[in-house]
Design a protein around this ligand. Structure first.
Ligand code: HEM
Length: 171
């Protein structure tokens, strides 16, 4: 049977090695070691999401306040990109598949999410080009990992260990 990782690579077109190139350097430190670039990115991203002209996509986020969604995301990204474990201190294990279980995360939803994230990355000047490339690959792979997990939990209903959410910083 094809693993979730394999599905994520096939559907996203991003090999696992490229997705986890975010661990080759400590991105948090290389961006200055402050939360600001991540706050900028998540604010840019969720401003687009909450103003999306596509109502079906906007509706997926209707149960969360924009400010909370921004904080959840930037704390996760800081932690995953080599910074302090802010997300886990406040929210517990990221458990991305489990946390997305209430939402219908389809291929179409992943593409819309990635569309907004690409635009948000393009608009965030505090992140350099090399980090943007690495983050884009990570986001594509993770988005389709969540799609694959979403399909699986809808069929079976159990948790999965993964590298997308580990809080271990790059050496
Ligand atoms: C939370 C949807 C992809 C990481 C959420 C929430 C929604 C959502 C509706 C709730 C907002 C909140 O209250 O924080 C989606 C959809 C995706 C997607 C439709 C399309 C594939 C991703 C990706 C990542 C990610 C690629 C990571 C790279 C998170 C995190 C949270 C979150 C960390 C906060 C969870 C929490 O604090 O409980 N997502 N997401 N999501 N998402 Fe996603």
């Amino acid at each position: 049977m094809q693993s979730l990782q394999d599905k994520a690579s096939e559907w996203s077109g991003v090999a696992a090695a490229d997705a986890f190139a975010i661990d080759d350097v400590n991105i948090f430190e290389s961006l200055g070691g402050t939360p600001q670039p991540f706050v900028d990115l998540s604010t840019n991203f969720y401003t687009r999401v909450y103003e999306d002209e596509e109502e079906w996509f906007r509706e997926i986020f209707a149960g969360s306040k924009k400010e909370d969604a921004i904080q959840n995301q930037y704390e996760f990204l800081i932690q995953r990109m080599g910074g302090p474990p802010l997300f886990s201190q406040r929210r517990g294990h990221p458990a991305l598949i489990g946390r997305h279980r209430p939402f219908l995360v389809t291929h179409r939803a992943a593409e819309r999410w990635l569309h907004h994230m690409q635009q948000a990355l393009d608009a965030t000047e505090s992140i350099d080009v090399d980090s943007k490339t690495k983050m884009t690959n990570f986001f594509r792979h993770t988005a389709y990992f969540i799609v694959a997990g979403n399909e699986m939990t809808r069929q079976q209903g159990h948790g999965v260990a993964c590298k997308h959410a580990t809080s271990k910083p790059a050496e």
